[in-house]
Design a protein around this ligand. Structure first.
Ligand code: NDP
Length: 335
């Protein structure tokens, strides 16, 4: 409905559900647009940044009040002026939070090759969060068998997969999450060696020392703030930190300081941020590998499914309260 100040948690009432009866069910002639029926829509933490108006252009454009929210989604092609997409194809890419979308910017629209896995996976394990886990872990963390790996927001869309990749590589894997239910998932469904509920740990430094008596080689950073400081104090020589996200800072406006950065020098740590958008060139390689892992039962993926657009505001705002258990998505239609 409106732009949010940078220092406020989004509320459901910031988003308005509007009924319209004007649906164009054809692509205009001569256009290369694609008309899709939206099936699944994604809720992602970076969308918080788009809710605030920025003076300088950000890496993603700000939302425009009064127009549909946009995010990644899975859709079925109803009409197409584009030679790469045919009626009946399933696709994933940027779409609108609406029942039908006319996608005019098809540069990042991807045809779904495997329809024998759940289609919703294409906004999760086989979509942007999955590619984030893949590129972030294999490219940025430079992992080796036997290393000690820590992941924050570990039960979420990205974290659950990073942990499973690390286990497949033969690493020792620990994750943090914000509830006992999530900790249970980490240990008993995703197969992490250990997990901690950070909300129940009065001293994060001590908690990490307990889980990693010999220190951490790799930290996959999703939350920032106090967790990052505690991790820095527990890193090993030549450690790597992949800075994927810092969700604890997204609603603060003025970001918290980090105190233990000197550890980077003494322990020769490499700390590197990355954006998944720079890795779409590896998408097909990633897709084939992870589809195989899914079919062989080498990885599992937990989704938190909200039914219907009417539940979309609560699904999106729930990310910032940790209400989602696994990848948060919205079902608009199943077919
Ligand atoms: P999740 O599915 O993990 O959902 C967000 C989770 O963050 C919540 O469930 C909650 O889990 C946790 N959280 C919320 N608020 C806080 C807080 N104040 N302090 C600590 N934890 C909090 O999200 P994703 O897996 O989709 O994203 C994970 C991270 O990766 C985010 O930071 C996101 O911005 C980033 N990202 C970066 C990309 C890139 O290209 N660099 C691409 C995609 C994602 P809990 O209950 O455990 O607290």
């Amino acid at each position: 409905k409106h732009h949010l100040p940078p220092d406020r948690v989004p509320k459901e009432s910031d988003i308005e559900l509007v009924a319209t009866d004007t649906v164009r069910l054809r692509v205009p002639s001569g256009s290369t647009a694609v008309l899709v029926k939206n099936l699944y829509l994604s809720c992602d933490p970076y969308m918080r940044s788009r809710m605030t108006k920025h003076d300088e252009p950000s890496y993603v454009p700000d939302f425009v009040p009064g127009t549909p929210i946009c995010s990644h989604g899975v859709g079925k092609v109803l009409d197409s002026g584009h030679p790469d997409f045919k009626v009946g194809d399933y696709v994933w890419g940027m779409t609108g939070w609406e029942e039908y979308s006319l996608i005019t910017s098809t540069e990042h629209l991807i045809k779904i090759n495997h329809t024998d896995v759940p289609l919703s996976y294409y906004i999760g394990i086989l979509g942007m969060p999955g590619l984030t886990a893949y590129a972030g872990f294999y490219e940025i963390c430079s992992p080796k068998k036997g290393e000690y790996v820590f992941i924050s927001a570990a039960s979420g869309a990205v974290g659950q997969l990073v942990g499973q990749f690390a286990k497949l590589m033969g690493c020792y894997v620990v994750g943090s999450a914000g509830s006992d239910e999530k900790v249970n998932l980490l240990k008993n469904v995703f197969g992490f060696h250990e997990a901690l509920n950070y909300k129940k740990e009065p001293d994060l430094n001590k908690a990490l020392k307990r889980c990693f008596p010999e220190g951490i080689d790799i930290y996959f950073e999703n939350v920032g703030g106090a967790m990052l400081d505690a991790v820095l104090a527990n890193m090993r020589l030549n450690g790597r930190i992949a800075v994927c996200g810092m969700i604890s800072q997204y609603n603060l406006g003025k970001h918290e300081g980090v105190h233990n950065l000197l550890a980077l020098i003494a322990k020769c740590i490499r700390m590197q941020g990355f954006l998944v958008s720079n890795y779409y060139k590896c998408y097909r390689e990633f897709e084939e590998k992870v589809v195989q892992y899914i079919k062989e039962g080498k990885v599992v993926y937990i989704e938190d499914i909200a039914e219907g657009l009417e539940n979309a505001p609560s699904a999106l705002t729930g990310l910032f309260a940790g209400r989602n258990v696994g990848k948060q998505l919205i079902v608009v239609a199943r077919e």
